[in-house]
Design a binder for this molecule. Structure first.
Ligand code: HEM
Ligand code: HEM
Length: 212
């Protein structure tokens, strides 16, 4: 058994899923205090993931996510197992990062036109606030489509004989073709906690009070 996912990547994934589900429900239901607080926590989580993509384990590296179209196509066709994200999976991960960042940044500039507005709305023009609102509403549909495709791909790999979920949960892979350089995910969790505290004490203080 070879360790291929560090503790942070494994925790990051399920925290991301929990955060997005909470944000979707609270957004649709207009529970804005919880929406904002969860939004700041997700912002801290994504920032920690991107930092970890520079200083973290080999399989967490952002530089490992870029591949040629040829490599992506052959990864879709082949049954060969891979250490870390394969080239097709890497494209999916990049797409997620971009869509989630668009959702977060547009949220920071959005208003519900009644009671609340994102912390950046006051610094940008009215037109940009309107645009950010449109993006926040439309981009969520793209994110949902990407999630559906992601889960479909995981099922297809399972049918091809690769249990990617088990590997992501345990962090360990059988018959790995190489041994990646791993780092302790604790550092990334500390970055996440520090950024969360910073955001909750600043932008998050008001919505947090609303929740108490
Ligand atoms: C809100 C829904 C979801 C989102 C946004 C999401 C997003 C992601 C992202 C961003 C990664 C890359 C992890 C990283 O390198 O940091 C990933 C990987 C992965 N996800 Fe999800 N995911 C979702 C739901 C699920 C579900 C429900 C499952 C299981 C059924 C799943 C299984 C996996 C697996 C197995 C990988 C590793 C893929 C590989 O080996 O390359 N995901 N996901
Ligand atoms: C990835 C993270 C996020 C997701 C998935 C998300 C999702 C949503 C959804 C589904 C809605 C309802 C849209 C609709 O009614 O059609 C919404 C509304 C809203 N979100 Fe987010 N959101 C995120 C981050 C944020 C952040 C960080 C902020 C600000 C700090 C924010 C501020 C708002 C506001 C003000 C609304 C109300 C818009 C309106 O009523 O027109 N969101 N969000």
């Amino acid at each position: 058994m070879t360790k291929v996912w560090d503790g942070f990547i494994r925790g990051f994934h399920w925290l991301l899923v929990a955060g997005l589900v909470t944000l979707y429900i609270t957004g649709e239901e207009g529970m804005m205090d919880l929406h904002f607080v969860t939004g700041y926590l997700l912002l801290a989580l994504m920032a920690a993931r991107l930092i970890w993509g520079v200083i973290g384990s080999q399989t967490a590296k952002l530089s490992a996510l870029f591949h040629s179209p040829k490599a992506i196509l052959s990864a879709i066709k082949s049954k060969q197992s891979h250490v870390g994200h394969n080239p097709a999976g890497s494209l999916m991960v990049l797409l997620f990062f971009v869509l989630i960042l668009i959702q977060l940044v547009s949220g920071l500039m959005t208003t519900d036109d009644i009671l609340v507005e994102g912390p950046l709305a006051q610094y940008v023009s009215y037109d940009l606030v309107e645009l950010a609102g449109d993006i926040h509403h439309t981009n969520i549909e793209l994110l949902i489509a990407a999630i559906a495709l992601h889960i479909f791909a995981i099922v297809v790999y399972r049918l091809k004989g690769q249990n990617l979920v088990k590997t992501l949960v345990t962090g360990k892979q059988e018959n790995a073709v190489s041994t990646p350089v791993m780092k302790s995910g604790v550092v990334a969790y500390l970055i996440f906690i520090a950024l969360s505290a910073l955001l909750l004490f600043t932008w998050g203080a008001e919505p947090l009070q609303g929740l108490m």
